[in-house]
Design a binder for this molecule. Structure first.
Ligand SMILES: *Cc1c(COP(=O)(O)O)cnc(C)c1O
Length: 388
């Protein structure tokens, strides 16, 4: 018997065995031929995954927050204006870090579960000039999916760079950097891209690099400064070693393995699989009478679900029962509604079996919490959605 629960939180996720064996392989030096090849190939594959053939990928040791920090540090100069399309906790974090670099930040907010409309974004852009527009593709605190294509189009129209926090979306949600006019997209290894925590991943498009190169002031962050990393990324892609700070060798081997699996599945097939499994998960939850934090199905992410607890169900008890039934789920994160909902991550290597097991564990936990429902209805709805 496998002595573990299924990890269904919005990162870290379950990883492919081939990725985990790369993590456990003997560590090479960062100048080893095999590492140079793997790093170079991973950078090329990043461009393909982000659908940004002319972008510059960055792979840096750190978490998703470092990827956000690196975008802020390298693109903001003191006094610049930034507009944040705020859909929850992580949008707020982006605004706070931009202020640290001296930006004047305007946040357009929505109620928890909502998303500012494109009209509101356009009104803000028409009223004042902005250098950056920040949008969180999937805010992991609410499960809200933003219209990145629409925001990027407006940003371009009003002469601002569009920066996408894709930490809970890249390699799961449909995201087309070049086609949609997204200037920077970033993520972290432990989410849908399917590698244990420890890598900050970012692709900067040509306009973002131009803005970076035109800086008049030094980058206010030494470690994240693209001037330090650009020569390293360019060298490895040209299959030459370079050093600024020791790369996390095993994580980069593992990233290359995961990107290889992702591209073998196909980016389009991967988007479609996430959409299909998300529909099935949400159908199962709805059949059990659970509402969702996103205010409408159109606003709901495909990489995760944020179901509301039915009244009378105690959150911590529910999560403990779900774990006892074999599935680890996450509690709420948005401060305004933290106790009212829980979160399910369904991204990366997620399968239909995982969705069935998860909704089964949700049923078991609801039963243990004395919630009144017909056992099996959630799982039946998942199966029906999977057949459709
Ligand atoms: C997880 C997450 C982050 C933070 O990433 P860390 O790796 O925890 O630093 C930022 N934004 C979004 C949307 C996330 O889901």
């Amino acid at each position: 018997m496998k002595n573990r629960t299924l990890l269904m939180i919005p990162g870290p996720i379950e990883f492919e065995p081939a990725v985990l064996s790369a993590m456990g392989a003997p560590t090479t030096g960062h100048l080893a031929a095999s590492f140079i090849e793997a790093f170079g190939q991973a950078l090329e594959r990043m461009r393909q995954m982000f659908l940004c053939p002319d972008g510059q990928p960055f792979v840096i040791a750190g978490s998703g927050t470092l990827a956000m920090d690196s975008a802020g540090a390298n693109l903001v100069e003191p006094g610049d204006s930034a507009l944040v399309v705020n859909t929850g906790y992580f949008s707020g974090r982006f605004g706070a870090l931009l202020e640290r670099y001296g930006a004047q930040v305007t946040q357009i907010r929505a109620v928890p579960g909502g998303c500012p409309s494109l009209n509101e974004v356009e009104q803000a852009l028409a009223a004042d000039p902005y250098k950056l527009v920040i949008v969180t593709h999937v805010d992991t605190s609410t499960g809200v999916l933003a219209d990145v294509a629409g925001v990027a189009r407006l940003a371009r129209q009003y002469g601002a760079l569009c920066v996408v926090d894709g930490v809970c979306s890249v390699a799961g949600e449909e995201l087309r950097m070049t086609e949609w006019g997204v200037d920077v997209a970033l993520t972290a290894s432990q989410k849908a891209i399917g590698v244990p925590p420890g890598l900050a991943l970012l692709v900067a498009g040509p306009r973002a690099l131009e803005v970076f190169r035109a800086r008049k002031t030094p980058v206010g962050n030494y470690y994240a400064d693209w001037n330090n990393w650009l020569p390293v990324m360019q060298a490895y892609e040209a299959r030459k070693p370079a050093y600024f700070a020791t790369p996390p060798v095993n994580l980069i081997f593992a990233l290359n393995v995961s990107l290889g699996l992702i591209l073998a599945e196909g980016v389009e097939a991967r988007f479609a699989r996430h959409a299909r499994l998300s529909r099935a998960c949400k159908a199962g939850l709805a059949a059990l009478g659970l509402g969702q934090v996103p205010l409408s199905p159109k606003l709901a992410a495909n990489t995760m679900s944020a179901p509301r607890f039915p009244s009378g169900v105690n959150g911590p008890d529910f999560l403990a029962w779900a774990a006892a039934a074999g599935v680890t789920l996450a509690g709420g994160l948005h401060p305004a509604i933290r106790a009212e909902y829980f979160r399910i991550g369904h991204m990366g290597a997620v399968s239909q079996g995982d969705i069935l097991a998860t909704v089964g564990a949700v049923e078991a936990a609801l039963a243990s919490c004395d919630y009144n429902f017909t056992p099996g209805e959630g799982v039946a709805a998942v199966m029906k959605a999977l057949e459709a």
